[in-house]
Design a protein around this ligand. Sequence first.
Ligand SMILES: Nc1nc2c(ncn2[C@@H]2O[C@H](COP(=O)(O)OP(=O)(O)OP(=O)(O)O)[C@@H](O)[C@H]2O)c(=O)[nH]1
Length: 293
Amino acid sequence: MSSYRAGFACFVGRPNAGKSTLTNALVGQKIAITSNKPQTTRHIIRGVLHRPEAQLVLVDTPGLHRPKTLLGQRLNDLVRATWSEVDAIGLCIPANEPVGKGDSFIASEIGELKASLVAVVTKTDLVSKKELTEQLMAVSQLGEFADIVPCSAVSGDQLGVLTDVMISHLPSSPQLYPDSMLTDEPEHVLIAEMIREAALEGVRDELPHSIAVLVEEIIPEGNLTKIYADIYVERQSQKAIVIGARAERLKRVGMTARAQIEDLLGKRVYLDLHVRVAQDWQRDPRQLRKLGF
Ligand SMILES: Nc1nc2c(ncn2[C@@H]2O[C@H](COP(=O)(O)OP(=O)(O)OP(=O)(O)O)[C@@H](O)[C@H]2O)c(=O)[nH]1
């Protein structure tokens, strides 16, 4: 009988808990958007970890939050749908912040699911051994966990252990994806995420929720790939922020995103960016669908 295991896992936790960074560190390739601002992970992006004896498919979800807009509601629905489909859930709690109401809320939300629950204490590089021990104690009070694993996505500490633990909770199953596959997101989604990430660099805190990116066209021409994309904002004033004085800022956004996309595609890229205003796109079902939500 084969002892091969394969299945799905996701990391949950309050905003800024380190979920995206952890997913990226485990998969070993930049696939999910990360930023130092909360709630910027939009799409469900899967990374696939290949081991001789197992395949772990990581699903990245946005944070659960109090829905103020239609987008907020859809994101929450998306998160719950994902939770009900995975075999293991890692609840991420940063080592350097007190366990709080947000953590208990999520712990109780996931407590009823069929998935195995693993508590993941993240960012251990930021605390002393003593602080970490205290945090592990506090976290163990949050719920019934199959395992508790402290780790750091930045120093790499314990990432192997975490992978082994997540795999131990997967069912016996044949391989789900081919060996070469790291992510099954269509290229245009990854490209849109890279542009969005670049557009968010250094802008005001309320802006993250107001930016969406739509890749209109990807045209391969030999060794060059031409990409046409629109950056959507909600108001004229936001458009001015994104473009910047004499379009300097937009130029930088384009350069940053282009470098990343060239890495992703392994080809030279011509990137054409337009900033467009879609009034209140977060509240408009038609706009939301168009933008992929
Ligand atoms: N020092 C340190 N910082 C980390 C670590 N993991 C994540 N961070 C930082 O914590 C911040 C939040 O990380 P993200 O991975 O974006 O967090 P998230 O939980 O995906 O956040 P949302 O998308 O808001 O839900 C970023 O500034 C990261 O650089 C870690 O292991 N050590």
